[in-house]
Design a protein around this ligand. Sequence first.
Ligand code: UDP
Ligand code: MG
Length: 135
Amino acid sequence: MEKTYIMLKPDAVQRKFIGNIISRIENKGYNIKQMKMFTLEEEILKEHYSHLVEKPFFPELVEFMTSGPVIGMIIEGDDVVIGMRHLMGPTKWEEANPGTIRGDFANNTTENLIHGSDSVENAMIEIKRFSKYLN
Ligand code: UDP
Ligand code: MG
């Protein structure tokens, strides 16, 4: 069955939305295969966000993503990659409709609560990338 890599970002932990977000994932019918709390370092973020390293906001993104613990998860289900992207809502908070995680809780594009792989191919890469933290 399809798998995706999900990460609850430091704002989700700090704002106490862990339970709320996990409930949404469970209510959708997806299975949590692995889950762990850990703190990220700049090195892995340069890899994970390699498409953004040249952007002016990258230092701010690293500062945010290393500001506290995250919760990494492997989630499984039919078409779970696209399904989780729909539950999350779009990257930009102003485009995220109420009912989505970002639409309900984000008021900022950087601090948008949750990461989810954007393709089946990237999900496999990200699960491998973060496996040392998840085990
Ligand atoms: N991000 C940001 N400013 C932007 C675009 C992205 O701070 O203009 C941050 C935001 O936290 C986002 C992450 O970088 O979730 C990764 O960006 P991506 O385009 O991959 O969006 P996602 O896949 O998370 O929706
Ligand atoms: Mg992305």
